[in-house]
Design a protein. Structure first.
Length: 488
């Protein structure tokens, strides 16, 4: 067969999402994935868990995915990482393969050839992430990078230390941190730091800043290695602040799967490989790697925008181009029933009437005790319910804490409200939940669950919380309008 016949043409790569759904793209070359899988088998095959699952006998990454279950953070820590005894060394051998492409895209979008002074705000929780960022900076500076790290949360001190270092590139976790500094100086960040030439960020890249400096996408890292790199500037609107958040999934650096995030609640979500993804769908990244990761759900959610061709020595390769998105709200366990997170958030939104004040932010959580029991401070059947003795039964064995018996919504609103607003909102919220969940309605009718309650936060609480997260200098700052907390 003619090898050119298997290469996707440019028209198919640039096709619309509807056309991409109708026709499947040809699979990309798997040579690099075989090399990454070989590194995983070499590192984890001789370990006890590797021998238990017969990792050395598996012929491909697809065989491993068909053999092993998915793990969340808790189950992966218990079943994989604690048994390995390592897992924080990272797979930076694969990350090196895509570093040149990352640097090329930074240079193309910023028009800066080789900056030398880099300053990162906030220390990375994982040494792998910190080392990966530093290696990317060294490659951009052609080995001449002066790298410094500042983690002071006081803006005056932070700006003073930045002024002493005169950075050319400011590396931040979230653009909200730059906005926090601009809020303090009441001007663009380059007015306070004249040496600054661009900002390199990872999260919240669609935020509008006062600064007119180039804002670059730093890509997405994990303690297991690189997950994604910036999308090709030529294939996105470079002047659009939303387009600069686009990513291209790493192919050489990690063994990635895409877990379907749009599956029904009680169905088993399907996982697909990168070359079988569907444009327009929502996915969660699943990571496997030689650093000690076996099908770990990363908590990184994204929407697939299309496909980006990469021409290299192995031929024309098609890799997914994605947009990071907020993860779905978690389900909330109550006594006798578990309510879906999307039901909870939808019910609260629908409970607001046009005459009510506007919703700014809300937090939904469960409470274990009723309002009357909370007023008394103790449960009627136990004098030690709030102590360590309250978690021990008559035989001396530990028992699990009871599930929540009611939902509390702490809301912050903008505008004035009539007297009794919280009570009316709680009644409408509870009525909508009963229509969505017959099990919840049945337990409410029997009195085993109590009516939902609404409490008001003081004005400005959500904004104060946002600036507090920005001053932490690490992680994403933006949050969903309505959040669900599963802890009682």
């Amino acid at each position: 067969m003619d090898p050119e016949a298997e290469r996707p043409d440019a028209a198919r790569v640039e096709a619309s999402p509807l056309e991409l759904r109708k026709s499947s793209l040809p699979p990309a070359p798997r040579g690099d994935r075989r090399a990454a899988f070989a590194r995983l088998v070499s590192a984890l095959g001789p370990t006890p868990i590797g021998r238990e699952i017969g990792l050395a006998r598996l012929e491909s990454f697809e065989d491993m995915c068909a053999t092993l279950p998915l793990h969340d953070d808790a189950s992966h820590l218990q079943r994989v990482e604690t048994r390995l005894g390592f897992g924080d060394s990272g797979d930076l051998e694969g990350a090196q393969a895509e570093r040149d492409l990352v640097v090329e895209r930074w240079r193309k979008r910023s028009h800066i050839d080789a900056p030398t002074r880099f300053c990162m705000l906030g220390r990375r929780a994982s040494p792998v992430e910190a080392r990966g960022r530093h290696d990317d900076a060294r490659a951009w500076s052609e080995g001449k990078a002066e790298w410094s790290v500042l983690d002071k949360a006081v803006p005056e001190l932070l700006l003073e230390q930045l002024g002493e270092r005169e950075p050319e590139v400011l590396v931040v976790s979230s653009l909200h941190t730059v906005a926090w500094l601009e809020r303090h100086t009441r001007s663009a960040i380059e007015r306070a730091l004249p040496s600054l030439r661009c900002v390199l960020g990872e999260y919240d890249l669609s935020l509008r800043l006062r600064s007119r400096l180039p804002v670059l996408n730093a890509g997405r890292w994990h303690r297991g290695g690189r997950l994604a790199l910036p999308a090709d500037p030529d294939r996105s609107r470079a002047d659009d602040r939303h387009a600069r958040a686009e990513l291209r999934l790493a192919w050489d650096s990690a063994l990635l799967e895409l877990r379907d995030a749009g599956t029904a609640a009680r169905a088993v979500p399907a996982c697909v490989h990168l070359d079988r993804s569907v444009a327009g769908a929502r996915y969660e990244l699943v990571l496997s790697g030689a650093a000690g990761f076996l099908r770990l759900r990363t908590g990184t959610y994204l929407r697939l925008l299309g496909y980006e061709p990469v021409d290299d020595a192995g031929g024309l390769r098609v890799t997914p181009r994605v947009q990071p998105i907020q993860g779905p709200p978690p389900d909330l366990p109550l006594e006798g029933v578990t309510l879906r997170g999307d039901w909870l958030t939808a019910a609260l939104r629908q409970a607001f009437e046009p005459e009510d004040p506007a919703l700014v932010a809300a937090v939904l959580r469960g409470v274990e005790r009723s309002a009357a029991e909370s007023a008394r401070g103790q449960r009627p059947d136990s004098l030690f319910g709030d102590t360590e003795l309250g978690t021990v039964d008559s035989a001396g064995h530990g028992r699990a804490r009871a599930r929540a018996r009611a939902i509390v919504a702490r809301v912050e609103v903008r505008g004035s409200a009539r007297e009794g607003f919280e009570l009316r909102l709680a009644e409408r919220f509870d009525a909508r939940l009963q229509r969505l969940s017959p099990a919840y309605a049945f337990l409410r009718e029997r009195g085993e669950l109590e009516i939902a309650r609404v409490e008001r936060n003081e004005s400005g609480a959500d904004r104060a919380s946002m600036w507090s997260r920005a001053s932490a200098l690490q992680g994403a700052v933006a949050r969903p309008l309505i959040r669900v907390q599963t802890q009682i």
